[in-house]
Design a protein around this ligand. Structure first.
Ligand code: HEC
Length: 131
């Protein structure tokens, strides 16, 4: 193998690895319908948004970045996938995590706080141009 084709093969393998780390959205297939359609009681609620911002900085920013653009190979939360995911789907993921892929479960937080984080995420998505 020439060194050039080796380099191309290496870059290809490396990019596949990054892709795998950046999340594949498979968790979405596990969300039951009754969770998918749940309504966030704090949609557009300013107090919830402020509380959610603090919770996000404390619990989520270390992996997803303070602007949710993704960090160290952890997925962005301002992506098309997460913009299109329903609030109920996000609530399900936060409660259950995606443990084998490195996303912790946040079931120790009260449900109310998970909704607040989702409210804040929606604001971030609105104020961040789609990548
Ligand atoms: C220890 C690192 C870590 C922390 C802390 C963390 N996450 Fe994650 N998160 C991950 C990883 C890794 C994935 C990819 C999981 C997968 O692909 O199944 C992920 C996936 C996600 C996804 C789905 C992304 C996608 O594109 O499918 C959302 C939404 C999410 N996290 C939100 C949060 C929120 C909100 C918090 C704070 C409460 C948080 N995460 C804290 C590591 C973390």
């Amino acid at each position: 193998m020439s060194s050039r084709s080796f380099l191309i093969a290496f870059l290809f393998a490396a990019s596949m690895l990054c892709f795998a780390y950046a999340g594949d959205g498979k968790w979405l297939m596990h969300v039951p319908d009754r969770d998918r359609t749940r309504i966030n009681p704090y949609v557009s609620n300013a107090d919830a948004r402020a509380a959610g911002a603090k919770l996000f900085a404390r619990h989520c920013a270390e992996c997803h970045g303070s602007d949710a653009a993704g960090l160290h190979g952890h997925p962005a939360l301002v992506s098309a996938r997460i913009r299109h995911a329903s609030d109920g789907e996000l609530q399900w993921l936060l409660r259950n995590g995606s443990l084998r892929k490195g996303m912790p479960s946040w079931s120790s937080l009260p449900e109310q706080q998970r909704w607040q984080i989702i409210t804040y995420l929606r604001e971030l998505q609105q104020t961040t141009p789609q990548p």
